[in-house]
Design a protein around this ligand. Structure first.
Ligand SMILES: [Mg+2]
Length: 213
């Protein structure tokens, strides 16, 4: 009886498990659908609609000297073309070639939010995990799709070796504060963009494709 129960329990858990597990092919198709049917952009817009309420109004006492920090990849610029082209995998050489091609598209709700922040008199900064050697192509890509008028772009040193960007991105925000700015909002698609404080509010945008420590 005990054995029968064990076999039954085993079979039941297998049935439940097979009901839960999705094949990699199916999972990738679902992710592609999310990004391509408008759901992704709708979710980004929804997050920023909430964030808009936290931005100082134009002319408010706290707009002067206030800053908003944006990450770049999959925050300001979409890398979806690269991700899908790689079958949602990653290969350093291909990634670098893609960056050189300056093909990142503006994520529309983020560009709208960026322009709103500037209209309200806030200073905007980029803090990116891209390496310094991609500075020229990154700046050209940003400007070509409408991100212009930022105060400074902070990047990863070419010889950066740490496994995590948290400390580096925090150090860049501290450098912004040392110039006399108060960071009212830090916007990124990875928790590692936002960890470490030095921003009054943080906004985490959706990213179903990859994670960066
Ligand atoms: Mg990013």
């Amino acid at each position: 009886m005990k054995k029968t129960f064990r076999v039954f329990a085993c079979l039941l858990s297998l049935v439940l498990l097979s009901g839960c597990v999705t094949s990699l092919v199916e999972a990738k198709a679902k992710v592609a659908e999310y990004y391509e049917n408008g759901s992704y952009e709708r979710d980004v817009a929804q997050k920023l609609k909430e964030a808009e309420k936290l931005l100082p109004r134009r002319g408010a006492y706290n707009t002067i000297g206030s800053a908003v920090v944006f990450d770049i990849d999959d925050t300001a610029l979409s890398t979806y073309e690269y991700q899908k082209g790689m079958g949602f995998g990653h290969y350093g050489v291909a990634w670098h070639q893609w960056l050189e091609m300056k093909r990142g598209k503006a994520i529309k709700p983020v560009l709208d939010f960026y322009n709103l922040a500037r209209e309200r008199g806030l200073t905007v900064f980029f803090v990116s995990g891209r390496r310094e050697k991609f500075r020229r192509v990154t700046e050209e890509n940003l400007r070509a799709v409408g991100f212009d008028g930022w105060k400074a772009l902070y990047m990863k040193p070419d010889d950066f070796k740490s496994k995590s960007v948290v400390e580096l991105k925090m150090a860049h925000r501290i450098a912004i504060e040392k110039q006399g700015y108060k960071i009212v909002m830090n916007i990124g698609d990875q928790p590692s963009d936002l960890e470490g404080g030095h921003a009054k509010h943080t906004v985490l945008l959706p990213n179903l494709i990859y994670g960066v420590r």
